[in-house]
Structures are given as C-alpha cells and as structure tokens.
Design a protein around this ligand. Structure first.
Ligand code: NAD
Ligand code: LMR
Length: 338
C-alpha cells in the first residue's frame, strides 16, 4: 500500500577522512546505522585515507557491504582527496596522526596542520556549498582554525571541532559520582581547547530528579572535588585511555562525533545545551579568531552560543588560560606551515 511514510528522504553524503584508522572503523557503521543523522535518513559514505592504508580502507568498504545496512545508499573508498570531497554535505575530519603516551595533543601539530591546509582547499572547491565540517584530529581546535583560514568561502559557522567527547566525559563523571543515570545529567560546559587546559565547568549543570531539576554543585556537596579531581579527571581522560589501551579513544570519540553532528543538524533538546568548538565571536570575552569550545544550542542546522551565563572568578581564570593556549597554538601552527 502506498503511503507518505514510504517516500524515502534524499541521501545525505558524509565524508570520513582517516577512515581506515581506529575512529573511522568505529564511526562508519554508526553513520550507516543512523546514529548520526537519524534512523530514517539514507546516507552515502565517502571514505578517504592515504596510499599506505588503501588496502585496509578497501577492507572497511568490504565490511560495510557485508553488513548490508538498509540506510547505506552508496560507498566511495578512495585515496584521492578530490573524489572524496565531491558534493559532501558533512565532512568528519579524522585523518591525521594520533598522539602516543607521554605526548601532549599539540605535539602532533607539525604533522597534522599541513594536512588541514591541503584538505581545506579540496573541501572549498568540491564539497556542497553549505557543507558542515567537524574536525576530530588533534590538535582539533587549531586544525579546525587552519581549515577555516584556508577555506575562506566556507561559512565560518560551518567549521567546528569536537569537544563533545569531553562534554560526555564530564557528564559521565558526575553520573558516577552521584549514582544517577548519565541521561539525567545536563548542561555541563567544556570551555576552550580540546587539551589538558580545557575547563570542564559544572556551575550551571543540573540533574533531573523526581523533585525536578537540582543543581549538580548542591547534589555533589563537595566543592573541593568539583574544583580539583573532577576537572583534572576530565582534562586527562584522553591520556588515561591511551595509557590503558595503548591507543587513543575510538568508540567514545566516534559516538560523540555522532552526537555532535546529530544535535547540530537535528537540534538540541529544549532546555539543554551541548559543547562544541566553534569560531569565537567574542562572547564571554574570548578573542575572535579562535576555535574555542562554548556551550551552544542548535536549531534548524545552526548553532548559537548560550549567552548570559554568570562567570565567577575561578571560571574566568580557567577560561582565559585555555584561550591563551589556543593563541599560542595558533602561532605555532602558522610557524609549522611556513
Ligand atoms: P589512527 O592512526 O588509527 O587513524 C588515523 C588515520 O588517518 C589513519 O588511517 C591514517 O592513514 C589516516 N591519515 C593520515 N594522514 C591522512 C591524510 N592526509 N588524509 C587522510 N587520512 C590520513 O588514529 P585515530 O585513533 O583514528 O585518531 C585520529 C585522530 O583523532 C588523531 O589525531 C587523534 O588524536 C584524534 N582524536 C581526537 C579526539 C577528539 O575528541 N577531538 C578523540 C580521539 C582521537
Ligand atoms: C582524546 O581526548 O581521547 C583524544 O584527543 C586522543 C588524545 O590524544 O587524548
């Protein structure tokens, strides 16, 4: 029987760079299952990697075929950046070198920023004009900034980086501390850089209880823990995963990338904000010209920074110090490019 419900949506084309790597391997099946764009949204997946990974990339393609995903309407697996970027609506930039134990994320700067300069031009020339970009490869904020600077015709609001993993890590820590479900915790904020200088802020976070929304600070009742151990645990979580797995986070990074794009495209739930690395417009006194993580709400495919939150002196100092690190990273990135 014919019905409107049978009319399929047009597929959305999603590019994943570094698709033969760890995050890529976790991410592409999530996209093909609808975790990124919804359970009724067909997708075409473009996968890019470099020549030495071409065979492994072809293996990922074979597995995508074998999994027979109903939403997956096409697969391109290529080492050609132009073919990869052609007509993509969403670009998830994972390609690059991950850090190893003992390194800071900016230690992979020299290798990664030059990749982002080249790929910026390919996206600018070949992607859909309104392509939304999420940069995951580290140093994520600075790679996104370089991509923005070398793709001037892509609207700057379309270029973002992943701090949703840090946001989700903060929710997870609060949920473990309070023995509440993670989905009942909301409105934490990650300010600044996806690095150990980031500031996970719980001053506006709440938990849904049977008696309504309660403040996380009141429920935890331990400012010392919130101002020290909680912050360092979230800041250092990436390093802790590397120490434990001998590889950097992959399934949580992939899942958070789906959360980031889903909320950006389909909207954030009412009364809830999320953290995204976005181009600063000067909100909260953060210099324009940086990709900085802010609390945002999303509607109709557009993010907006949540305005008017009260910032105490403790937070101010931490927000400024992560901004300072981003300014330093920016000049280091330019020196690597020259
Ligand atoms: P990985 O080494 O397993 O995979 C990276 C892939 O990128 C490899 O297959 C590699 O061949 C490919 N690659 C290298 N140069 C490329 C290029 N020029 N074009 C296309 N592909 C290229 O690494 P991974 O564990 O998947 O991590 C990927 C990146 O994501 C790393 O930089 C890592 O530090 C970062 N990361 C960020 C977050 C975050 O929250 N922002 C979280 C986890 C990991
Ligand atoms: C993470 O936060 O897990 C990633 O950025 C990987 C890393 O280097 O920490």
């Amino acid at each position: 029987i014919w019905s409107f419900a049978n009319i399929e949506k047009e597929p959305i084309t999603v590019l994943v760079t570094g698709a033969a790597g760890q995050i890529g391997y976790a991410l592409v099946p999530m996209i093909a299952k609808g975790a990124m764009l919804g359970p009724d949204q067909p997708v075409i997946i473009h996968m890019l990697d470099i020549e030495p990974a071409a065979e492994a990339l072809n293996g990922v393609k074979m597995e995508l075929i074998d999994a027979a995903f109903p939403l997956l309407k096409g697969i391109v697996a290529t080492t050609d950046v132009v073919e990869a970027c052609k007509d993509v609506d969403i670009a998830v930039m994972v390609g690059g070198f991950p850090r190893k134990e003992g390194m800071e994320r900016k230690d992979v700067m020299a290798k990664n920023v030059s990749i982002y300069k080249v790929q910026a031009s390919a996206l600018e020339e070949h992607a859909s004009p309104d392509c939304k970009v999420l940069v995951i490869a580290n140093p994520a904020n600075t790679n996104a900034l370089i991509l923005k600077e070398f793709a001037p015709s892509i609207p700057h609001k379309n270029i973002t980086c992943l701090t949703r993993l840090d946001h989700n890590r903060a929710l997870g820590q609060i949920s473990e501390k309070l023995y509440v479900h993670v989905s009942d915790v909301k409105n934490v904020i990650i300010w600044g850089n996806h690095s150990s200088s980031q500031y996970p802020d719980v001053n506006h976070a709440t938990v849904s209880t049977c008696n309504g929304q309660k403040s996380v600070r009141e429920l935890v009742g331990d400012d010392k823990w919130l101002n020290t151990e909680f912050i360092t645990t979230v800041q250092q979580r990436g390093a802790a995963i590397i120490k434990a797995r001998k590889l950097s986070s992959a399934l949580s990074a992939a899942s958070s990338a789906c959360d980031h794009i889903r909320d950006w495209v389909l909207g954030t739930p009412k009364g809830t904000w999320v953290s995204m690395g976005v181009y600063s417009d000067g909100s909260y006194g953060i210099s324009p010209g940086l990709i900085y993580s802010f609390p945002v709400t999303c509607e109709k495919g557009e993010w907006s920074i949540v305005q008017g939150l009260k910032i105490d002196e403790f937070s101010r100092e931490k927000m400024d110090s992560t901004a300072k690190e981003l300014i330093e990273e920016k000049s280091l990135a330019y020196s690597c490019l020259n």
